[in-house]
Write a protein that binds this ligand. Structure first.
Ligand code: ME8
Ligand code: MG
Length: 512
C-alpha cells in the first residue's frame, strides 16, 4: 500500500499567504517522514481554479478567468519550489483528467437519482451576483448597503441528496472517531451533522457563473466549485482512470486541511459524496485539521492589509528557517500567532546556537585532536539518550505532533551540548592518559549528530543533507539508520562549514 497524503487545494483568486505555506509544509513533513520510514508515498497538492471568487478577481483585472487562474497558479508553484515542498502529484482543477472524472461522477449520480433538479426562491444581490442567506444579514436583520439592490428571484438548480445520509454519517463518526484529528473537532462536526437538513445545491446557471465544469446532463449549468474541488482527492489518485493506482492509494492516510473547511465541506459534503459513490465505511478518509496562522491576534486578511508574504520570508531568511519555525511553534491542530521576532529567536537559539554550534564545535575538535578520524564506541554517555530521543520523536511523528517531535530532538541537542561542557575535551586533549576517553567523546558527538541529522530531515531536508555531508556520510539514509553505531570504526569526518549562521535582528541594522 502507498501512503497517500493530500492538502486542501488553494484558491487561485489571490496570492499565497503564510497560512497556505504552513499547511503545505505540514503535509510535506508528513510525506517526508513516511519516505524516511521506507514507505511508498504519494503526496498530492494543487490549486482550486474554478468558481465565483476566481471569476470576480479576473473580472476586476479585465482578464479571462482561465488566464488569471494560471497566473496565480504559477505563484503557488514557484513558492512550493522555494519551500522544498516535495509533492508527487499536482491537482489543478482545470486539468482535463479531473474535469472528465467530475463529469463522469455527476452523470453517474444523476442516473442513480442522487441528483435532482428543483426551483428555489431566495434573496439575490444584483451587485455581488450571489444568493444571500441569513448569514449575510446585519445585526439589524437587514442586508447591508454593501449588497446593493437585493431582489427575490427564483432559480432552478441541481441538488445532491445530502440529508438522507445523515444517520449514516452520525453512526460513522461514532464508529470511527479517529477519522477526525484532533479529537476536539469531532464534537463540533457531530453537532453540525445533527443539524443537517436539506440538500446541497451543486450547480450554478451559466449566466451567473460561467467559470466552472459544465454539468454533463445540462449545458446551461456549471458545477458548484466545492463539488468540483473535493473530487480532486480521488480524480488525481486514479479514480475512474487508473484502478490499480487508485486501489494502492485509497484510503488516504490523511487529508490535511484548515479548521475553516472542516464544516461543512470536508466533514459533511465529502463523506456523503463518497458514500453516494459507494465508498464503504472503511474507505472514508481521515481528516487532519490544523489551526490558523494569525497575525497580531487577528485573522490574516489581504483586504485589511493584514498579511505576510511567505516568498519574501524565504528570501529574507531561508526555507529551512521558515519551515522550522512554523513546525516548532505551531502545535498541530491549534492556532498560532505569526511573529517575525519569534522566528528570529527560534533561528538563533535553536538552529544557530543549538544545533549549529554543536556541529561546529564537534567537527572542529575532532579535526584538531584527531584529524577528523573516529574510533567507534557503542556504550557510555548519549547512547541511551539517543535511542530515547528517536523513540519519542517517532511516537510524536506518528501522531502528527511535529512540534513535539522537534522538541524531543532539541532536548537531545541540548543534552549533547551539555555533554561537551561536562566532558571538556579540551582538557582531555592535554592528558595522554585520557586519549581513549577523548576518542569516545568525539565519536559520541559525531554519531549523535548523524542521528540528529536523520531526525530533522523531514522538517529541514537541506540542513540534514549538509550535516550528513560534513559528517562524510554518503548515500540515502532511512529511519533504520538512526540506530547507534552507524559511523564505522576509523571513519573520516568531512570539513565543518556553518549550516545556520546567526541572523542579527533588524534593530541592529537601524543603528548603523
Ligand atoms: O479553502 N492559517 O482554499 P483557500 C492556516 N479552495 N491555514 C489557512 C489559513 C491560515 N491563516 N488560511 C487558509 C480553500 N488556510 C478551498 C479548498 S479543498 C478541496 C478546497 C488553509 O485558499 C485553509 O484552511 O481559502 C485551507 O486548508 C487551505 O489553506 C486553502 O485555503
Ligand atoms: Mg479560505
Amino acid at each position: 500500500m502507498t501512503k497517500f497524503i493530500t492538502t486542501a487545494i488553494d484558491y487561485t483568486n489571490a496570492a499565497p499567504h503564510i497560512g497556505h505555506a504552513y499547511e503545505k509544509i505540514l503535509a510535506d513533513v508528513i510525506a517526508r517522514y513516511h519516505r524516511l520510514c521506507g514507505e511508498d508515498v504519494f503526496f498530492l497538492t494543487g490549486v482550486d481554479q474554478h468558481g465565483q471568487k476566481v471569476q470576480q478577481s479576473a473580472q476586476k483585472e479585465g482578464v479571462p478567468p482561465g488566464d488569471f487562474a494560471l497566473r496565480v497558479t504559477e505563484d503557488f508553484v514557484a513558492l512550493w519550489e522555494k519551500l522544498d515542498i516535495s509533492y508527487d502529484g499536482w491537482a489543478a482543477t482545470t486539468d482535463p483528467l479531473h474535469k472528465k472524472c467530475v463529469q463522469e461522477i455527476l452523470q453517474r449520480l444523476f442516473d442513480e437519482g442522487r441528483i435532482y433538479k428543483a426551483a428555489h426562491a431566495g434573496h439575490y444581490s444584483v451587485r455581488q451576483e450571489q444568493f444571500l442567506t441569513d448569514k449575510e444579514r446585519g445585526p439589524d436583520g437587514e442586508f447591508g448597503p454593501e449588497w446593493g439592490e437585493v431582489v427575490t428571484i427564483e432559480e432552478e438548480n441541481y441538488y445532491y441528496r445530502l440529508a438522507e445520509h445523515r444517520e449514516w454519517l452520525l453512526e460513522l463518526l461514532d464508529k470511527r472517531p479517529e477519522l477526525v484529528v484532533p479529537s476536539f473537532r469531532l464534537t463540533e462536526l457531530r453537532n453540525a451533522v445533527e443539524k443537517l437538513s436539506g440538500d446541497l445545491c451543486i450547480s450554478r446557471p451559466k449566466e451567473r457563473l460561467a467559470w466552472g465544469i459544465e454539468m454533463p446532463f445540462d449545458p446551461e449549468y456549471v458545477t458548484y466549485v466545492w463539488f468540483d474541488a473535493l473530487i480532486n482527492y480521488i480524480s488525481f489518485a486514479g479514480y475512474l482512470s487508473d484502478d490499480a493506482a487508485f486501489e494502492k492509494r485509497w484510503p488516504v492516510l490523511a487529508h490535511v486541511i484548515g479548521k475553516d473547511i472542516l464544516i461543512p465541506a470536508h466533514g459533511v459534503y465529502w463523506p456523503i459524496m463518497l458514500h453516494g459513490l459507494g465508498f464503504t465505511d472503511e474507505q472514508m478518509p481521515p481528516l487532519l485539521v490544523h489551526g490558523y496562522i494569525n497575525l497580531g491576534g487577528s485573522k490574516i486578511s489581504k483586504s485589511l492589509g493584514n498579511t505576510v508574504d511567505p516568498t519574501e520570508l524565504v528570501a529574507k531568511y531561508s526555507a529551512g528557517t521558515l519551515r522550522y519555525y512554523l513546525m516548532r511553534d505551531a502545535a498541530t491542530g491549534y492556532d498560532m500567532d505569526f511573529s517575525e521576532e519569534r522566528l528570529l529567536t527560534r533561528h538563533n537559539a535553536d538552529l544557530a546556537n543549538g544545533l549549529g554550534n554543536l556541529l561546529n564545535r564537534s567537527l572542529n575538535m575532532a579535526r584538531r585532536y584527531r584529524e577528523g578520524k573516529l574510533k567507534k564506541v557503542t556504550d557510555g554517555a548519549l547512547v541511551t539518550e539517543a535511542a530515547e530521543a528517536v523513540t519519542k520523536w517517532q511516537a510524536a511523528m506518528d501522531s502528527f505532533a511535529i512540534h513535539s517531535a522537534l522538541e524531543a530532538v532539541w532536548n537531545f541537542v541540548a543534552r549533547c551540548n551539555a555533554y561537551v561542557e561536562e566532558s571538556a575535551p579540551w582538557k582531555m586533549a592535554k592528558d595522554e592518559a585520557l586519549a581513549q576517553e577523548l576518542d569516545g567523546v568525539l565519536y559520541r558527538l559525531s554519531e549523535s549528530l548523524r542521528i540528529i541529522a536523520i531526525l530533522i530531515s523531514p522538517v529541514l531536508p537541506e540542513a540534514s543533507r549538509q550535516i550528513l555531508l560534513q559528517l562524510n556520510v554518503t548515500g540515502e539514509v532511512t529511519l533504520k539508520d538512526a540506530a547507534w553505531g552507524g559511523l564505522p570504526d576509523g571513519h573520516q569526518l568531512g570539513e565543518p562549514v556553518p549550516v545556520f549562521p546567526r541572523i542579527e535582528a533588524p534593530a541592529a541594522d537601524a543603528e548603523k
